[in-house]
Design a binder for this molecule. Structure first.
Ligand code: FAD
Length: 197
């Protein structure tokens, strides 16, 4: 495999098939092109239209830093979660906000997360604050990822996994590899076709 670190600008097609990608510096020719730009996937030029484009859903996170884990397992509640790390750090997640491509961490976001943490586990009200950050989940309008061939030959999608893109990476790779190679699919991936209505 040859890795090229660059910004993809446009899918190049010969009118019937995708034949490569235009990068910020130069071009790459390819027999198959996979759109996997996360929340930015639908920003790429040269894509055929899909019924469910991929866009961003912001999630803010905060980490508390305790001397030892205050709880022994993940706790879900109030629309969020607490994840204790072995060394005393504790992750509080997460917001779901449609604010476009804005990655700020906000007062409202922190108020939501810290209030939730203290209600789920009152001892956390005295916990020291550590880091905070946000990320952009790649999300579609029907909540399903776009995985598989598009209406342009040789162009495939693997994007829009919302809250579960890390968990679903291995099966997505297996499905994509099968589509690209014309092999049998490991599971029924029909509901995720980018060409669905
Ligand atoms: C707060 C939060 C908590 C989460 N928790 C979980 C969890 O517990 N479990 C889980 O499974 N998932 C979780 N997710 C979701 C998960 O992070 C995403 O579903 C996953 O990262 C999507 O992977 P991806 O490769 O499609 O996109 P990304 O991880 O966003 O990767 C896309 C990459 O493409 C790059 N890129 C964009 N445009 C271009 C371009 N034009 N040219 C070149 N590169 C480009 C971006 O810089 C980025 O590096 C969480 C997300 C958030 C925000």
């Amino acid at each position: 495999v040859r890795f090229v670190a660059a910004t993809a600008r446009r899918v190049i097609s010969d009118g019937e098939r995708a034949i490569g990608v235009e990068l910020d510096e130069g071009r790459v020719s390819a027999g198959s092109v996979v759109v996997a730009l996360g929340a930015w996937s639908s920003q790429l030029d040269g894509l055929p239209e899909v019924a469910h484009p991929v866009g961003p859903l912001r999630g803010q996170m905060v980490e508390l830093e305790l001397p030892a884990p205050p709880i022994g397992h993940v706790v879900f509640g109030e629309g969020g979660y607490l994840v204790p790390r072995g060394d005393g750090r504790l992750l509080v997640g997460s917001t779901s906000e449609r604010v476009g491509f804005r990655k700020e961490v906000t007062v409202d976001g922190m108020r939501t997360l810290l209030g939730r943490a203290a209600r789920l586990c009152p001892a956390l009200a005295a916990a020291p604050l550590g880091r905070f950050w946000s990320g952009l989940r790649p999300t579609t309008s029907d909540g399903l990822p776009n995985i598989g061939p598009s209406s342009l030959g040789g162009l495939f999608w693997a994007s829009g996994h919302h809250r579960n893109g890390i968990l679903l990476a291995p099966i997505t790779a297996e499905i994509l590899a099968a589509y690209v190679l014309g092999a049998p699919l490991p599971v029924d991936a029909g509901p995720f076709l980018p060409t669905r209505a």
